[in-house]
Design a protein around this ligand. Structure first.
Ligand SMILES: Nc1ncnc2c1ncn2[C@@H]1O[C@H](COP(=O)(O)OP(=O)(O)O)[C@@H](O)[C@H]1O
Ligand SMILES: CC(=O)OP(=O)(O)O
Ligand SMILES: [Mg+2]
Length: 398
C-alpha cells in the first residue's frame, strides 16, 4: 500500500511517500521533499527519489494551496515522479496541529472530524487552516481516498493535571476547555524514544528534555515514559521565542494593548502570531538569515539570537527542576538539527549540571554532542514525524 504523508508547518510542507509492505508491515520511502519558505521571498521545492540525488528548484509558493498543487504534480511527473496517477495511493496521512480535547489519538477523517478540526482552528490559526487545506485539496482530487489525521496534541494528554491546568476559575476549563494542550507531540515522542534507544535504556527509566526547534518550537519533559510538561500551551503561541511568534508574555500585555491602542483581538493575535518573535526583533523570521546577518555584525540579529537561546535555557532549567534531574537533552527540527553554534550557546549554561559539550562532535552534527565524562547527555536526533504519521495511517486503514 502506498501512503502519502503531508506535514504542513507554518512555513513549510514536508511530504513523504511510503510503500508499506502488507506481508510484513515494513515501510520504505519512495520519495520525499519539502516546500520551504512558503509565503516568504525565495521559496523552494525540494524533491528526492531513493535512487537519485536531491533536486531543489526556486518556485513561487505564495501559500499552502499552491505548494500542495506543486507537490502532487511532482509525484506524478512522467520523468521524475514515482506514481502513474494519484489513484495509486492507498491513503493519505496528515499532520493536524490542534485536536483540542476532541482527539486523544489518530483518526480516519470524515465530515465530523473535519468539523472538529475547523472548530479548533481558532486555537491554532497558523496551522489548522493549512492542515485543512491539505485535507480538502486531497478530498476534492480523490474523494474516495481514505485520509487520516495525526494530532500534535495527542501525546501530551499524559500531562498531570498540575501541569495542564491554568489558575483560572474552574468553569474556564470545564465549560470552555481552556487548558494547556501542548504541540509537536509526534516529534517529541519520536525523538524521546530514539534517545532512549541511543542510550540503550528504557524510556520509562529516563528523564529527558526534548527541544523541537523549527520555525515554531517547543520543549517537552519526559519522565516515566510519558510527556509530563511542555512549553506550548492552549495554543502554539506560548513558550519559547519563535520565527514569528512572541512566545510567553505577561498575560496582561495583549489586554493592555487592546485597551490602550483600541485594537481588536484579531489584530493583536496577528501581532503576536505573525509579527512577533525573531521577525519582531531583527526583521528576519528565518533563523538561517538571522545567523548569517549576526555573523556579519548585525546587532538586531545578534539580539534575536540572544533572546531565542535565553528563552530556551529557561525552559530547560525549569524542566530539570520539575523532574528533579535530567539525563538527556535532545535537539531536533530545522534549527536543533543543523546549527552547532546555537546548540552550543544554549548548552553553555548547563555546566552547573555537569554537562560538557564535545565541541568537535557538536560541530560535526554528530548524534552524541557531549563528552564521555558529561553527566547529562545531549543528543541531536533527526525527527521523523512523517514515519509516525505513515504508521498510524496504515494501521487505521489497512
Ligand atoms: N543550518 C541552520 N542554521 C540555523 N537555522 C536553520 C538551519 N537550517 C534550518 N534552519 C532553520 O530551521 C527552521 C525551519 O525548521 P523546520 O523544522 O523545517 O520548521 P517548521 O516545520 O516549523 O516550518 C527555519 O527557521 C530555518 O532557518
Ligand atoms: C505547532 C507548531 O508550532 O508547528 P510548526 O513548528 O510546524 O510551526
Ligand atoms: Mg515542523
Amino acid at each position: 500500500m502506498k501512503i502519502l504523508v503531508l506535514n504542513s508547518g507554518s512555513s513549510s510542507i514536508k511530504f513523504k511517500l511510503y510503500h508499506a509492505n502488507e506481508s510484513d508491515d515494513q515501510f520504505h520511502a519512495l520519495c520525499e521533499g519539502q516546500a520551504d519558505r512558503i509565503g516568504i521571498d525565495g521559496s523552494t521545492l525540494a524533491y528526492e527519489r531513493g535512487d537519485e540525488g536531491k533536486e531543489k528548484q526556486f518556485i513561487a509558493l505564495p501559500d499552502h494551496k499552491h505548494a500542495i498543487d506543486e507537490i502532487l504534480k511532482q509525484l506524478i511527473d512522467p520523468e521524475t515522479g514515482v506514481l502513474e496517477s494519484l489513484e495509486d495511493l492507498g491513503g493519505v496521512g496528515h499532520r493536524v496541529v490542534h485536536g483540542g480535547e476532541d482527539f486523544t489519538g489518530s483518526v480516519v477523517i470524515d465530515r465530523e472530524v473535519i468539523k472538529a478540526i475547523e472548530r479548533n482552528s481558532m486555537l491554532a490559526p497558523l496551522h489548522n487552516p493549512p492542515n485543512l487545506m491539505g485535507i480538502k485539496a486531497m478530498a476534492s482530487l480523490l474523494p474516495f481516498m481514505p485520509q487520516v489525521a495525526v494530532f500534535d496534541t495527542a501525546i501530551h494528554q499524559s500531562m498531570p493535571k498540575k501541569a495542564y491546568m491554568y489558575a483560572l476559575p474552574l468553569a474556564q476549563y470545564k465549560t470552555y476547555k481552556i487548558r494547556k494542550y501542548g504541540f509537536h507531540g509526534t516529534s517529541h515522542g519520536y525523538v524521546a524514544n530514539k534517545a532512549a534507544e541511543e542510550l540503550g535504556k528504557e524510556l520509562k527509566d529516563l528523564k529527558i528534555i526534548t527541544c523541537h526547534l523549527g520555525n515554531g518550537g517547543s520543549l517537552a519533559a519526559f519522565m516515566g515514559g510519558v510527556s509530563v510538561d511542555t512549553s506550548m500551551g492552549f495554543t502554539p503561541l506560548d513558550g519559547i521565542i519563535m520565527g514569528t511568534r512572541s512566545g510567553t508574555l505577561d498575560p496582561y500585555v495583549p489586554l493592555h494593548i487592546m485597551e490602550s491602542q483600541e485594537l481588536k483581538p484579531s489584530q493583536v493575535s496577528t501581532m503576536m502570531n505573525k509579527q512577533g518573535g525573531l521577525l519582531a526583533i531583527s526583521g528576519k523570521s528565518d533563523m538561517r538569515d538571522n545567523v548569517e546577518s549576526a555573523a556579519a555584525g548585525d546587532a538586531d540579529c545578534q539580539m534575536a539570537i540572544e533572546m531565542f537561546c535565553y528563552s530556551i535555557q529557561k525552559y530547560i532549567g525549569s524542566y530539570a527542576a520539575a523532574m528533579n534531574g535530567v539525563d538527556c537533552i535532545v535537539f531536533t527540527a530545522g534549527v536543533g538539527e543543523n546549527n552547532p553554534m546555537l546548540r552550543d550557546k544554549i548548552l553553555e549554561n548547563f555546566t552547573f549540571l555537569g554537562l560538557e559539550v564535545d565541541k568537535a562532535k557538536n560541530d560535526a552534527n554528530e548524534t552524541v554532542l557531549t563528552t564521555e565524562a558529561s553527566k547529562v547527555v545531549a543528543l541531536k536526533i533527526h525527527t521523523n514525524e512523517e514515519l509516525v504519521i505513515a504508521l498510524d495511517t496504515y494501521n487505521l486503514i489497512k
